[in-house]
Design a protein around this ligand. Sequence first.
Ligand SMILES: Nc1ncnc2c1ncn2[C@@H]1O[C@H](COP(=O)(O)OP(=O)(O)OP(=O)(O)O)[C@@H](O)[C@H]1O
Ligand SMILES: [Mg+2]
Length: 239
Amino acid sequence: MKGLQTEALTIRFGGLTAVDGVDFSLTPGEIVGIIGPNGAGKTTLINLLAGIYAPTSGRVVFDGEDITAVPAHRRAALGIGRTFQLIHPLEDLTLVENVMTGFLFAGRRSLRAAREAAAALCRDLGLGGLNRSTGELNILETKKMEIAKALAVEPSVLFLDEVMAGLNSTETLDVIRMVREIAAHRNLGIGVVEHVMGVIKELTERVVVLDGGRLIAAGPYSEVSQDPRVVSAYLGGSV
Ligand SMILES: Nc1ncnc2c1ncn2[C@@H]1O[C@H](COP(=O)(O)OP(=O)(O)OP(=O)(O)O)[C@@H](O)[C@H]1O
Ligand SMILES: [Mg+2]
């Protein structure tokens, strides 16, 4: 089966089970929301999928192959892309050089070819001024650079970890449009972690809800947002 699946994926940090028996799937072309309160395990799930962490138990399967033991750089080369919740641009590098790191991490290109591919990708995404230092970028450009870096591994599944955080509503709409276009034109499966439920409603066909590491609900946002467990764990009275 195409795309990414997990089976009873679990990771413990000492006494804390950060991800607890999670069955998750993402197939090419769909946009899935991953929501839940702070500390629910959303970023940890992405780290398990990207190979940053090895699970305590459970499996990660990609395009039908068990990749549970495959390291992060090889998963990137296989086509699993992600952004980072905490952005640390490489400040000594320019915009285009930051995007190049994505191409180089997946290990597919020479330095020169990576530079050309990074420049083309930035142009595609409407990012200009390629030789600017990252300090000269505004927040929207910085977010787009992070998405470009993630796309540089030429993923078939992509995880966006709170990329809209810190953007105003106009900028958020701009990124929503960009994510939709990416999903449609590149036939990507996209997993979106966001705390702004307007974004989740607008962008996703279905959501999974994590709470205390467990997957407590799954389905279209319109249904899940009515689920009493979800309301009490996360949405409070605000639905
Ligand atoms: N490397 C680690 N070592 C120990 N504990 C960790 C580690 N990474 C995450 N945790 C813990 O696992 C739990 C889940 O954290 P995680 O960052 O996945 O939450 P999250 O859902 O992404 O939250 P947020 O919405 O605040 O980003 C938290 O209790 C966190 O402190
Ligand atoms: Mg997080």
